[in-house]
Design a protein around this ligand. Structure first.
Ligand code: NAP
Length: 451
């Protein structure tokens, strides 16, 4: 049986599902597929580790299946290797028949309104990275604002509002690192305002995540009656979507809810689009404009403004993928362009041997499960093309290891991740947490030791 070698760039769910799919489906196409999965971080699991909120352990459980996939003898993990810097596409092409990019979307979609760059205006992705102990963000986060605005009506906005509202004591049982536990303990936020530019029928929340917002006894949640009305057209547009109907019902239940006297309050405002952030040296006011939704779902601005005194703003209006060196990128859509997982160049010509999967391929929408079907399509295309792909110059499994060593790249392996994983869990047990994440990159590489 012919052996083919594939490099996957990105060890989040998208990359791991693609690797597992290739190994499983290869023999059906008469080939044995060996896959090396690379990640710029020393650890696998991408946004499951660094994007999913620490109190979402149910979602994080997917790592059990991802770890099982990585255990396949045909798959190797190389962490702490940055595509583009440490390894170029041309170097990967010398060692592999094909390359799959699966680097996801980890930065914030820009908000282009006046004042968006004022101090006190934060990218939601940066805050998410901070509370998840990402090694590349500062250890301290300013949590001095008493009134905070969160922009956007998706699940990331819910995560951020919940993390800002829940008392630190309720977060400790999770997996937050020590610096985050200290930061949250000093969080001054009392009123957290979430702003949706559309009406409640068009919120992008999912039911479970929305209900969770009101689970803490220390947090009151209410919906501002202004903007919370639902037109017949909006109601009809929900159609038979049970999820959207449940979300709408929950939101309408919360309209005008009286506060119980809880220490922190989350207020949801609909049809309130952010139009500017005002302040002399830092954010002092968020200005919103009332919108109306037309029968076709488009929104129009009414000219009716409201000003909100806030000292911090979190922009949670969606993620954006970043371009990868030597890989075509559609800047308008912020995706790698392609067809059924085959990357195409800007003239729509297929680039042989180059594939994409996950959020970098289809944009930052959908839950982890959707990534699996996406990977299956990319795997199918790659395997269908294999007969046409020439053998690489250095096809042996050691070639890449020698190259990385020659470049003095301190890569991590699966065994090293297992060591760090066990260390983090033991550290957590000692302080009553599920795990305590190690944050310093050096310590991550050294199994927890910061030297
Ligand atoms: P999202 O679901 O696409 O929501 C983005 C929100 O930002 C939308 O409400 C959007 O409004 C709004 N928005 C976009 N541009 C805006 C602007 N210029 N001004 C004001 N609002 C603007 O994105 P996300 O929250 O980043 O989530 C990404 C994906 O990850 C989603 O599929 C989500 O479900 C998933 N996720 C899941 C969980 C979980 O716990 N299950 C947690 C986090 C994320 P419009 O609708 O008007 O465009």
């Amino acid at each position: 049986m012919r052996t083919v070698r594939v490099a996957v760039v990105g060890a989040g769910p998208a990359g791991i599902y693609a690797a597992a799919g290739l190994v499983a489906a290869g023999p059906g196409h008469g080939v044995r597929v060996l896959v090396d999965v690379f990640d710029r971080l020393p650890t696998p699991y991408g946004l499951v580790r660094y994007g999913t909120a620490p109190d979402h352990q149910r979602i994080k459980e997917v790592v059990v299946a991802l770890r099982a996939a990585l255990a396949a003898p045909e798959i190797r993990f190389f962490g702490n290797v940055e595509y583009g810097g440490d390894l170029k596409l041309a170097e990967l092409r010398q060692c592999y028949h094909a390359v799959v990019v699966a680097t996801g979307a980890a930065t914030d979609r820009p908000l282009t309104i006046p004042g968006a760059d004022l101090p006190g205006s934060h990218g939601g992705a940066d805050f998410v990275a901070w509370y998840n102990g990402h090694p590349d963000v500062p250890r301290d986060w300013p949590l001095t604002a008493r009134s905070v605005a969160v922009l956007g009506a998706g699940n990331v906005a819910l995560d951020i509002a919940r993390m800002l509202a829940k008392p630190a004591a309720e977060q400790l049982a999770t997996e937050i690192p020590d610096n985050v536990a200290r930061g949250l303990a000093g969080n001054a936020a009392r009123d957290i305002h979430l702003f949706a530019r559309r009406g409640p029928a068009d919120a992008k929340f999912t039911p479970l995540e929305l209900r969770e917002l009101a689970e803490s006894p220390s947090v009151d949640v209410s919906v501002d009656p202004v903007g919370a009305e639902v037109s017949a057209a909006e109601e009809a547009a929900i159609g038979r979507s049970g999820q959207r109907r449940t979300v709408l019902r929950t939101l309408l239940d919360w309209v005008g809810r009286e506060p119980t006297g809880a220490a922190r309050r989350i207020h949801l405002h609909f049809r309130a689009a952010p139009v500017s952030l005002l302040g002399d040296e830092r954010v002092e006011t968020l200005r919103t404009e009332r919108t109306e939704t037309g029968p076709d779902g488009t929104i129009t601005f009414t000219g009716e403004h409201r000003d909100w005194p806030v000292q911090a703003v979190y922009r949670a209006i969606g993620y954006r993928s970043t371009p990868l060196p030597d890989v075509p990128f559609d800047d308008a859509e912020a995706v790698v362009p392609g067809t059924a997982g085959r990357v195409v160049d800007l003239d729509h010509q297929v680039v042989p041997g180059l594939y994409a999967t996950g959020w970098i391929r289809r944009g930052p929408v959908g839950l982890i499960g959707h990534t699996k079907s996406d990977a299956a399509e990319t795997v199918g295309s790659l395997l269908a093309d294999l007969a046409a792909l020439p053998d690489p110059d250095s096809p042996g499994p050691e070639a890449i290891v020698e190259l990385l060593r020659a470049k003095k790249i301190d890569f991590t392996t699966l065994a090293e991740w297992d060591r760090l994983d066990a260390y983090e869990i033991s550290l957590g047990e000692a302080s009553g947490r599920r795990r305590t994440k190690v944050v310093s990159r050096i310590a991550m590489i050294n199994g927890g030791r910061d030297t």
